[in-house]
Design a protein around this ligand. Structure first.
Ligand code: NAP
Length: 511
């Protein structure tokens, strides 16, 4: 257990709605931040009264914030209105104990405020200001708690904010350091473990009051943010877009099951070289994070290879790494996609010797599938929309290559009835603009023995529904996702993965 606090920020237009949110935040929040800038001014009086009665049973603290639009607030208030708002607190009883005052509010103009604690905040939604240190010096004065929130577009943009945390803790000063946005999410999760005074959470997913906020439930139950400490082993997903990843749910469920002092966080990386140099390699890194391993996904599965000290034979043969283990400061690369793909297939289909398999798509996932299928003795044909791009894959593994006409007219015409197994390794059917599409129509594969769609969001794809229409057995992508993650767990922890808990965690999220 660390000493940091979880603050749930609530934001609503009416007192009735706001009270509903406050009551729902009660169980998870040690501090509830009331964003007065969201509330209609005519509702202020009502909410003060409600807070007085709420505080009779709530043991946490109530924090008030009144953020102007230019600092991320919902209200178009000028400086004089903001000062009047805060000055008004000295004239009546509200039960609000803490206040968040932006750095531009001059203490001298505010008069004597009746709050136990003042958080002095600075927000930059456009990036990381050059004079961060100066801002910190200004905000970290005396008894006040400094809150500095900057926008991170890439994971390394969070480095200056993390360094401020290191500096503040070494000076025994209290700070709330936040890198906003998906790329900075890890600072919200790990901050408390490294001495941050507080972290902010959203009441629910979709109710975030700032970019990159994690829901209170996920922060407590998935990431166990309060239970982490400076010794916690840190794992994470390295990807170009981590916001849709299931991996934090799956891997944190496994760490929790084994009661390990480890956590798995999203690490949204665009510049991989910068991330590895400035945050990972012992000789060059600028921050001390106890990284133990990574899951690697699009677009870094190949580009990670040049940063590794060792790479195992499977990853070498496939030409892609999806797993990194860090031990003794060295980075070891593995590929668990091939095993993750083949295990559910062997379980459902049985022996693959001479089975005729059609693989649709020729990207990274297809490469791992072809490798695993060839090793199992299957007879593989790749179908790709761009034959030139797919040529290398077909040549590397000596398999057939055929054209997969584009599905722009939404009526795919390729015939697969001569195959035993059909594997979709394209994004056709994936949540988003291709969700309604299928790379093959049921009539064209009704005689195959098994359809395997690697997509796992949605849980049931168009292709799988086509399979249902003709009673063709099917496997969805979740089976592979869990099997490859289970293998990653074994590599990282040496323990057998709790597959049931991992699947449940993913299903809960998907549904
Ligand atoms: P990738 O490297 O981007 O490859 C995608 C392949 O699909 C490429 O060959 C691409 O062709 C082709 N493609 C894209 N759009 C197409 C379209 N409209 N029509 C026909 N072909 C199209 O991606 P990946 O990593 O291989 O992933 C592929 C799929 O597998 C994704 O849906 C991913 O979610 C899923 N996956 C699942 C798991 C799991 O654990 N279940 C693991 C990995 C991947 P071009 O080269 O011409 O663009």
């Amino acid at each position: 257990m660390n000493n940091g606090k979880i603050c749930v920020s609530v934001c609503a237009k009416t007192a009735v709605e706001l009270v509903g949110q406050i009551k729902r935040a009660e169980d998870s929040a040690e501090v509830i931040e009331i964003r007065f800038d969201c509330l209609d001014k005519t509702e202020f009086e009502k909410i003060y009264q409600k807070i007085i009665s709420f505080k009779k049973t709530y043991r946490g603290k109530i924090l008030a914030a009144f953020r102007p639009a230019e600092q991320g607030g919902k209200s178009d208030v000028n400086l004089d209105e903001r000062i009047d708002f805060w000055r008004s607190f000295s004239s009546f009883e509200t039960s609000i104990e803490w206040a968040d005052l932006e750095l531009d509010l001059e203490t001298a103009r505010l008069g004597n405020l009746p709050f136990e604690k003042i958080i002095r905040s600075f927000h930059d939604f456009s990036g990381v200001p050059e004079n961060l240190d100066e801002i910190y010096q200004k905000s970290a004065n005396g008894e006040e708690i400094s809150k500095i929130a900057v926008q991170a577009d890439d994971v390394a943009d969070s480095i200056p904010i993390w360094k401020l945390l290191e500096k503040a803790t070494s000076e025994n000063k209290q700070i709330i350091p936040i890198a906003m946005g998906e790329a900075g999410k890890w600072t919200r999760i790990l901050g408390l473990a490294h001495g941050a005074f507080m972290t902010y959470a959203a009441l629910d997913a979709g109710k975030e009051t700032a970019p990159g906020q994690v829901s209170a439930r996920d922060l407590i139950e998935v990431y166990r943010a309060k239970e982490l400490n400076a010794e916690t082993g840190i794992y994470g997903i390295l990807g170009g877009n981590t916001s849709v990843s299931m991996s934090p749910y799956i891997h944190n469920a496994a760490f929790k099951f084994h009661d390990l002092n480890a956590v798995f966080v999203p690490l949204q990386v665009s510049d991989l070289d910068e991330f590895i140099t400035r945050m990972v390699k012992p000789e060059t890194r600028e921050v001390e994070l106890n990284f133990k391993g990574f899951s690697v996904t699009i677009p870094h599965k190949q580009s990670i290879i040049k940063h590794l000290d060792f790479i195992d034979d499977t990853a070498k043969s496939i030409g892609a790494v999806n797993t990194v283990k860090i031990a003794g400061g060295k980075l070891h690369g593995f590929n668990t996609d091939a095993k993750g793909f083949i295990e559910p297939l062997l379980n459902s289909y049985g022996d693959l010797q001479n089975a005729k398999v059609a693989i649709l798509g020729a990207g990274g996932a297809a490469r791992a599938c072809v490798y695993a299928l060839k090793n199992s003795g299957a007879d593989v044909t790749i179908f790709a929309r761009n034959l030139e791009k797919a040529q290398n894959l077909a040549e590397d593994f000596q398999v057939e290559l055929e054209e997969l006409p584009t599905t722009d007219n939404r009526q795919p015409t390729t015939e697969f009835n001569d195959f035993d197994i059909l594997v979709n390794a394209t994004p056709l059917g994936m949540r988003g603009k291709a969700e309604d599409e299928t790379p093959a129509r049921g009539e064209r594969f009704e005689r195959v023995k098994l359809v395997y769609d690697l997509i796992y969001v949605p849980f049931e794809t168009r292709l799988m529904k086509e399979a249902d229409r003709f009673n063709v057995p099917k496997i969805g992508g979740l089976a592979m996702l869990i099997a490859q993650a289970a293998e990653q767990q074994k590599i990282w922890t040496g323990k057998d993965a709790p597959v049931r808990e991992m699947s449940r965690a993913a299903l809960r999220r998907l549904q």
